[in-house]
Design a protein around this ligand. Structure first.
Ligand SMILES: Nc1ncnc2c1ncn2[C@@H]1O[C@H](COP(=O)(O)OP(=O)(O)OP(=O)(O)O)[C@@H](O)[C@H]1O
Length: 299
């Protein structure tokens, strides 16, 4: 279990992470989402002791990362796949990590196979790796010590479609065996498929956290009508607040049956009526982080 409590990190007067609290539980994949610069990497860096918190804490099963006796055996970390020593081969990097953790050398070849690097690729210098190969090596390093917790920043970055599918199965299997997975990603579809729980951060603050099902169900109802303004007006008359998005869709917290009844009474022809959850994580993400998007309010 990863526990983040009232975590704040300031840089010279700028607050990158602002009083953030959440947990990532065993047996679950927790997706960590937010727009560029929202504070995901900073939070993850604090978790693994690379950045000191200004206040608050991040612990793994109640222990700070820096206090873990053999961290690689307990927490697998992939923060920046390009941070590996470019002059070493993939195999050398894994061997050094295995020696540091006191693991048998056989574990190195096991991991090379597991992440789908060929023996030739494992013998190539990392500076000559493609992004996807670096990512695979980073995942091999994270899994080497057979940890029970994984902290992965954008692990799917650079992977081809087969690689993304492979990673999805790997992480789901890891959580299925009782492991804790926290992963950040900009690939919302990936998160939607793989995550059990979601933590959404915007401008350094948590804007939503809960199970994926809860958060998607909370998205309300989406309706389209030949005249969106008439529908919004009819809903308002019925005491149901709604918003009309730029694409003409009308959103409300009321359920679809209520919206349908109001439209019928008002004589407004609907062209679409459904739970907004069908719109998926992307819509939820954009509406939750609308205030913090560089591109301005999306809905
Ligand atoms: N060492 C630093 N000094 C000053 N500001 C920093 C430092 N590290 C991060 N920041 C700032 O903190 C904010 C959060 O950055 P962070 O990298 O955590 O965001 P992120 O959510 O991971 O973004 P992205 O999705 O773009 O990777 C940004 O505004 C960033 O510029």
């Amino acid at each position: 279990m990863i526990t983040v409590e009232s975590l704040t990190r300031r840089y010279a007067g700028f607050t990158a992470v602002d009083d953030v609290s959440f947990t990532a539980r065993p047996g679950r994949v927790t997706g960590f989402l937010g727009p560029n610069g929202a504070g995901k990497s900073t939070t993850m860096r604090v978790m693994v002791g690379l950045t000191a918190p200004t206040s608050g804490s991040a612990t793994i099963d109640g222990v700070r990362f820096a206090d873990l006796p053999n961290p690689g055996r307990e927490v697998g970390v992939l923060l920046d796949a390009s941070a590996q020593h470019a002059g070493r081969t993939g195999r050398e990097i894994l061997t050094i990590a295995a020696d540091t953790m006191g693991l048998p050398r056989a574990r190195v070849e096991e991991m090379v196979r597991l992440v789908g690097l060929t023996p030739t690729e494992a013998g190539r210098r990392v500076r000559d790796y493609s992004l996807g190969m670096r990512q695979r090596l980073g995942i091999a390093t994270a899994l080497l010590g057979d940890p029970r917790v994984l902290i992965l920043d954008e692990p799917a970055n650079g992977l081809d479609p087969a690689g993304i599918r492979w990673m999805r199965d790997l992480l789901t299997g890891f959580a299925g065996r009782g492991g804790t997975v926290l992963l950040s990603s900009h690939l919302l579809h990936e998160i939607e498929v793989i995550a059990d729980d979601l933590v959404v951060i915007g401008d350094g603050r948590i804007v939503a956290a809960g199970t994926k099902d809860e958060l998607l169900a909370a998205a309300g109802t989406l309706a389209r009508a030949t005249s969106p303004r008439d529908l919004a007006h009819a809903l308002e008359q019925a005491g149901i607040p709604s918003t009309v998005a730029g694409d003409g869709s009308v959103r409300t917290d009321a359920d679809p049956a209520q919206v349908g009844a109001v439209a019928l009474t008002a004589g407004v022809a609907l062209t679409e009526l459904r739970p907004a959850e069908g719109a998926g994580l992307e819509d939820m993400f954009l509406s939750l982080t609308a205030d913090t998007q560089r591109e301005g309010a999306a809905a």
